[in-house]
Design a protein around this ligand. Structure first.
Ligand SMILES: NC(=O)c1ccc[n+]([C@@H]2O[C@H](COP(=O)([O-])OP(=O)(O)OC[C@H]3O[C@@H](n4cnc5c(N)ncnc54)[C@H](O)[C@@H]3O)[C@@H](O)[C@H]2O)c1
Length: 306
């Protein structure tokens, strides 16, 4: 299966190699935990680059939804002439889903992309650490949470880092490689090579809340909600203004709905807690929508209705 699809070649050290040789990165087996917006997108990114993907979802239904969505996305690309039909089958053949973390035994790296909640992530890292070979790299796709807390939940803190994709993972070119003080050079080099093998551009960032992008982006998004709350302008006019006036591809409310309002609230809470002078308390309207279960595009209802 691995030889069907050609993947770009880079030169990191294979995580299971003890010699430190820097041959090309062969197709890897990548475990992904979480089948939400990001888990599904990240699975598509890796399989499209020729890596084998094992995606773990808590329910078999959600897992099969991921495969159906992937098949539909690839079919659209074939119809638009962007992908050969044969490659569609090859990419699909690289993806399997499971409900068990024990099915990650053969993975060189496991990327966690579950709910943005530190206690839930710590529990998962503790479990993964106990189950998986000691040389498996464990990464988190968290938007803001401290990677060091996940590293310290394991017996392999040198093999834990952040690999932070952006939404939608298939089209956004950036990946932030987040380095807690415990990460080894090897882990970071591997993370860079892995993401670059998928055609992504990586940047290095210290393990500070929000990393680069969200630390700068979310205070702006929060301010947009507060501006609307003050009655300065309508949501739609604020969105139109930031698109037309700043050349942003989408306005703040459309972007918050895309990210997910629960995830956005969690990001803002973390940023506010870590630096109250740099990021205000999350806007009340955001809290209210989340408590009503209006989470944005994923629930078809957020600041806008879909
Ligand atoms: N949405 C974005 O724009 C975006 C971008 C980059 C990174 N992220 C990060 O990616 C991660 C996932 O975000 P998402 O947008 O895919 O969220 P989502 O709400 O779409 O999916 C969350 C996933 O977590 C699972 N989950 C929920 N509670 C769980 C638990 N107790 N144990 C195990 N799994 C649980 C859900 O079943 C689901 O598969 C978060 O850490 C988020 O900060 C999100």
């Amino acid at each position: 299966m691995l030889t069907c699809v050609t993947s770009p070649v880079l030169s990191p050290t294979h995580p299971h190699s003890s010699s430190g040789d820097r041959g090309p990165l062969s197709p890897q087996t990548v475990g992904i935990v979480g089948s939400g917006i990001m888990g599904a997108g990240i699975a598509e990114v890796f399989a499209s680059a020729g890596h084998t993907v094992v995606l773990r979802s808590r329910s078999a239904e959600a897992a099969s939804d991921v495969l159906n969505t992937l098949a539909a996305n690839l079919s659209k690309q074939v119809q638009r002439g962007r992908l050969e039909a044969q490659r569609q089958n090859e990419i699909l053949a690289l993806c399997t889903t499971t409900t068990r973390l024990t099915d990650f035994q053969k993975c060189e790296v496991v990327i966690e992309s579950i709910v943005e909640d530190i206690e839930t992530k710590i529990a998962l890292f503790t479990e993964l650490d106990a189950l998986l070979p000691s040389n498996t790299i464990l990464a988190s796709n968290t938007s803001t949470l401290p990677i060091i807390e996940l590293a310290r939940a394991t017996q392999r803190p040198d093999k834990v880092c952040g690999i932070h994709f952006f939404n939608p993972a298939t089209t956004m070119s950036l990946v932030e490689i987040v380095r807690p003080i415990t990460s080894s050079d090897h882990t970071i080099q591997y993370a860079v090579a892995l993401t670059e093998s998928c055609g992504k551009t990586s940047v290095h960032v210290r393990d500070d809340a929000g990393f680069i992008v969200n630390a700068l982006l979310f205070p702006y998004l929060n301010n947009a909600i507060k501006m609307y709350e003050r009655g300065t302008a309508t949501m739609s006019d604020i969105d139109i203004a930031m698109k037309g006036g700043c050349n942003f591809p989408m306005g703040p409310f459309a972007l918050l709905d895309l990210v997910g309002l629960d995830t956005s609230l969690s990001i803002l809470e973390t940023l506010h807690k870590s630096s109250p002078s740099a990021t205000d308390e999350p806007a009340l309207l955001l809290r209210q929508l989340v408590s009503e279960g209006k989470l944005g595009r994923k629930t078809k209802n957020g600041f806008y209705t879909y």
